[in-house]
Ligand binder design. Structure first.
Ligand code: B12
Ligand code: SF4
Length: 521
């Protein structure tokens, strides 16, 4: 049986490029591990490389985020016409299964652990059902991912999830849309998987791949006691590791020291905004703006590089605030964030449902689903026009991502991290400064409904013979819209939290864990 697993990607800057950065989708090796060993699996990260269109598959698993959905529909159609059965999973499938259903043989709501084995069995018996829903399980115990299948398509071979979900409920986050939960894995299982990933990494010539591990969690510090125990468990591996935590984690001196001892060298922390009003509106109360400098300095003292992203909020941010960001970045020691994006109401999140209910902020006219990726403005700004907002964004970008700041950041981070006694983090700081320092593409307007099509929307080799009718061609090829020409949300996207309970069965965190994890000192 030939099985393909594709994580679909569309370059949000409309350059049609792959994304060969450090962040790569990890779902492929996990799905492969849930299939019988004799299934011939191929994992393709579309972020890294195009699918090979000459391949034949019996069963094709597809994973995508909202803005990749147009391309995913096309890829599904391409292989369905060539005899494969296609299965879609991921946040778009989980939040809007009924919209996805006509374009795939199977749509999965939720996690793969309890669904993929059932799908495979049913497929083998020719008894596939259109919809599968994941179930809560007594213990979160995913199998060891098949690391070797993705080793060549990512920067860090030793990559895995240790926890799942996040105990917070930020209103813009798709995890909150799916339903808040936080699951931890047995630490013996984590160590078992680290040994397996080390084996896969040993085949690489790169010493960095052998020494470095990335834990792709949404929030590795969702439970502070668990994080401490995790550090103790992985210290003997002698790794340098990176992960993502929330701001409250790096406020704890002792915990940061423990993480550093266990090999932590890089943390991504969602700073999001210096605007307290925005943080409050998004329920991001774990971020305490006045403590940012102190927390970053603490990490540097312990040899941990801190990276962070910023969002501009069309609903709250004023011109004066946006103009003040470079100064604030300098003051807090972050200097140059990993990205500056637009706060985006991903369909199905509480933020999007608020917008549907109240009409504020209003979507821009003809907003395309492809543009719901943080790099195109999709909502009307409250304090200025869309053009003024985008101009302010571009000015900010030019001021923040310039050679002066890149060198300043590399030197400052490098120096303070060296004092923390690590070699890896100063090198990573330099790499970050160079990688983040990319000018915005000149051909873009950054306003949804006014831009050129995405190159990916024409790169799936579908021919006339692949369509039975013009109506079918339009359904597959035309980009999906979220709003009409007046900016009204199209009825297909309307759901309210009252009518939409959590779309999957959820494992909830224990009361003890949740209470401890939310403590901010
Ligand atoms: C790698 C990564 C990326 C990569 C690749 C994206 C991808 N396709 O996974 C890149 C660099 C492209 C990326 C970009 C961005 N990302 Co990102 N990214 C991640 C990250 C760190 C890891 C993803 C991962 O591999 N997880 C582990 C695997 C095992 O799980 P998973 O992919 O989440 O899938 C789960 C389910 O969805 C389901 N599932 C998924 N696919 C399938 C398929 C089948 C068949 C089945 C059965 C189940 C299934 O099973 C999994 C377990 O529940 C996550 C954080 C995280 N830990 O998930 C954020 C995350 C996905 N990103 C996020 C964000 C906000 C962004 C950016 C907006 C950030 C920015 N401003 O640059 C952009 C643009 C995203 C967009 N287009 O909307 C959000 C959600 C975004 C969204 N639209 O849903 C996340 C959840 C982080 C967060 N908590 O905020 N990101
Ligand atoms: S802290 Fe991060 S992962 Fe957790 S709900 Fe908020 S945005 Fe999502």
């Amino acid at each position: 049986m030939r099985v393909g697993i594709i994580s679909v990607f569309s370059d949000y800057h409309r350059r049609g490029r792959h994304h060969r950065g450090f962040l790569q989708p990890q779902i492929g090796p996990l799905i492969a591990a849930l299939l019988p060993p004799d299934a011939r699996c191929e994992v393709i990260n579309d972020t890294w490389t195009d699918p090979d269109w000459t391949r034949d598959y019996d069963l094709l698993f597809l994973s995508c985020l909202h803005s990749d959905f147009d391309r995913t529909r096309q890829i599904s159609h391409y292989w369905r016409r060539r005899g494969a059965k296609t299965v879609l999973g991921g946040p778009m499938a989980t939040l809007y299964p009924e919209l996805c259903q006509p374009f795939f043989d199977v749509v999965v709501c939720g996690d793969p652990e309890t669904t993929v084995p059932r799908i495979f069995d049913d497929f083998s018996r020719n008894a596939l059902r259109p919809r599968y829903r994941s179930r809560a399980t007594p213990r979160h115990a995913p199998p060891t991912p098949r690391f070797e299948l993705l080793a060549a398509q990512q920067v860090a071979t030793q990559s895995m999830e240790v926890t799942r979900g996040c105990p917070f409920s930020c209103r813009f986050c798709t995890l909150t849309g799916v339903g808040t939960r936080f699951l931890t894995r047995d630490l013996d299982d984590v160590c078992r998987d680290l040994c397996a990933s080390a084996l896969a990494a040993r085949r690489s010539w790169s010493p960095l791949k052998r020494r470095f591990a990335a834990f792709y969690d949404n929030n590795l510090g969702g439970s502070l006691p668990y994080l401490k125990a995790f550090c103790a468990a992985i210290e003997p591996f002698g790794l340098w590791w990176a992960s993502c935590v929330t701001f409250n984690v790096i406020c704890h001196e002792e915990l940061v020291a423990t993480m550093s001892r266990s090999g932590c060298r890089y943390l991504f922390v969602g700073l999001e905004s210096f605007n307290e009003e925005t943080l409050e509106a998004m329920s991001k109360r774990q971020n305490v703006v006045r403590k940012v400098r102190e927390a970053i300095d603490r990490c540097h003292r312990h040899g941990i590089l801190v990276a962070s992203g910023l969002m501009l909020s069309p609903g709250n941010d004023t011109l004066a605030y946006i103009e003040s960001i470079p100064q604030r970045l300098a003051e807090c020691g972050l200097v140059m964030p990993s990205y500056v994006a637009f706060e985006t109401p991903f369909p199905g999140t509480p933020h999007f449902n608020d917008l549907v209910r109240s009409g504020h902020p209003k979507l821009l006219a003809n907003a395309l689903l492809q543009d719901f990726n943080g790099y195109t403005l999709v909502t009307e700004p409250r304090h200025m026009s869309a053009t003024e907002f985008v101009d302010a964004y571009k000015r900010l970008h030019r001021r923040v991502y310039c050679i002066g700041r890149a060198s300043w950041k590399a030197a400052m981070d490098g120096f303070s991290l060296l004092r923390g006694g690590s070699i890896f983090s100063p090198l990573a700081a330099m790499y970050e400064s160079l990688f983040d320092w990319q000018p915005l593409p000149a051909h873009r307007t950054f306003i949804t409904g006014t831009e050129l099509p995405y190159p990916e929307s024409r790169s799936v080799p579908l021919a006339d013979a692949d369509f039975d009718s013009e109506a079918q061609r339009a359904a597959i090829m035309n980009p999906w819209r979220v709003s009409d020409p007046r900016g009204e949300v199209l009825p297909m996207w309307k759901k309210t939290e009252a009518t939409q309970p959590s779309p999957i069965e959820l494992n909830r965190p224990s009361k003890v864990d949740a209470a401890l994890s939310l403590t901010i000192r």
